[in-house]
Design a protein around this ligand. Structure first.
Ligand SMILES: [Zn+2]
Length: 307
C-alpha cells in the first residue's frame, strides 16, 4: 500500500517538476495528434518548444512533424509520442528552418529516424544554423547541451511531393516565401488535415521577421485556402479550422500588405505607416499584439519599399 502511494507520488512529482505542461497532447482522429506548445516566447522552462508539432501513427511507425529546438526538447517530444503509441518515430518532416522546427533533428537521427525536408528548406536551415545555435543556447543554457544542427539525409529537390509513409499519404508543399524562405506545409489528403508550420498562427499574433515576406506569405495563405483543409494544426496556437486561420492569419497579412502598400505608393515613409496602421482593434486580442504589431508594420513596409 505504502509503496503504491509512493510510486504515484514520485511519478506525479517528476512529471510536474520536469515537464510541466510544456506540450499539450491533442488527439485529432485515430491516427493523428498534435502537440501544442506555449504561445509566448522561448524560455528555459519551455525548452524552446513554443510551437506545435504533429504526430501521425502509420502501420510501420510514426511520422513526426518538426523536431524541437534542442536535443533535450527532442527527447521531451519523443516522450510525448511514447504516451500516444508504442510505435517508433521513423520519419521526421521539417516544415521550416526556424530553430524549433529542426534543431532536434540530430537526436531523432541518432534514434534511427529519417529526416525528410525539401532542398529549399535545408538551404535556409544551413544559412541560419550558426545564428540560431547562438541565440537558442543563450536561452536554454545547460538544456542546450549536446544539440548539433543536422539536416535531411536526402533533401527533396521538387517543391511539391507526394509520399507514401507506412501506407499513409503525405504531401509536402512549398507554396511561396512566407515566414522564412523554404517553409512548407504538410498535408494528409485522405484525412484532410494540414500541419501548416509557420504559415498559420492563431490565438497569438504572427511575427513578420526580417526573413519574412508578408506579400508572398499572403499568397501562400491564399493557396492554403484553395486546398481547403478541414483541420489545421497551426504553427502556433490551438488546432483550428480554415475560418479561424483566415481571421487571425490571412486577414492580418492582408491588413499589413494592403495597408502598407497605400503608404508606400505615396512614399509616406515607414513612420507614417506605423502610426497610421497601429490601431487594429480586430487583431488586438491576439497574444503578443503589443510586442509585435508595430514591428510587423515596419518590416512589411520596408520590404515593400525595397521591391
Ligand atoms: Zn515558429
Amino acid at each position: 500500500m505504502t509503496k503504491f502511494f509512493l510510486t504515484i507520488f514520485l511519478v506525479a512529482t517528476f512529471g510536474s517538476a520536469s515537464y510541466a505542461q510544456t506540450l499539450k497532447s491533442q488527439k485529432i482522429n485515430e491516427s493523428s495528434y498534435a502537440l501544442i506548445g506555449e504561445i509566448g516566447g522561448r524560455t528555459y522552462e519551455n525548452q524552446g518548444l513554443n510551437a506545435n508539432y504533429g504526430v501521425v501513427v502509420t502501420k510501420d511507425g510514426v511520422i513526426l512533424i518538426d523536431s524541437g529546438a534542442s536535443k533535450q526538447g527532442a527527447e521531451l517530444i519523443s516522450k510525448e509520442v511514447q504516451k500516444i503509441t508504442a510505435q517508433k518515430i521513423r520519419w521526421v518532416i521539417n516544415t521550416g528552418s526556424q530553430d524549433h522546427r529542426w534543431l532536434g533533428n540530430d537526436y531523432f537521427i541518432s534514434q534511427g529516424a529519417e529526416v525528410i525536408a525539401l532542398s529549399k528548406t535545408v538551404a535556409t536551415q544551413k544559412l541560419m544554423a550558426g545564428g540560431q545555435v547562438d541565440s537558442v543556447k543563450a536561452v536554454l543554457k545547460d538544456r542546450f547541451n549536446g544539440t548539433k544542427p543536422a539536416y535531411a539525409q536526402k533533401p527533396i529537390t521538387q517543391n511539391d511531393v507526394a509520399l507514401d509513409l507506412g501506407g499513409t499519404k503525405v504531401q509536402i508543399k512549398y507554396l511561396n516565401h512566407a515566414h522564412f524562405e523554404g517553409d512548407v506545409v504538410v498535408y494528409l489528403p485522405d484525412q484532410n488535415i494540414m500541419f501548416s508550420g509557420d504559415h498559420i498562427y492563431v490565438d497569438r499574433l504572427l511575427g513578420v521577421l526580417p526573413q519574412s515576406n508578408a506579400s508572398t506569405w499572403l499568397d501562400a495563405f491564399n493557396q492554403i485556402e484553395s486546398i481547403n483543409p478541414k483541420v489545421i494544426v497551426p504553427g502556433h496556437g490551438n488546432i483550428c479550422d480554415l475560418n479561424k486561420a483566415k481571421r487571425q492569419t490571412g486577414d492580418y497579412l492582408k491588413f499589413l500588405v494592403d495597408g502598407t502598400k497605400k503608404y508606400a505608393e505615396e512614399m509616406a515613409g515607414v513612420e507614417a505607416a506605423v502610426k497610421g496602421l497601429s490601431n487594429a482593434p480586430q487583431f488586438e486580442k491576439l497574444a503578443n499584439f503589443n510586442e509585435l504589431h508595430k514591428g510587423n508594420i515596419s518590416r512589411t513596409y520596408l520590404r515593400l519599399e525595397a521591391q
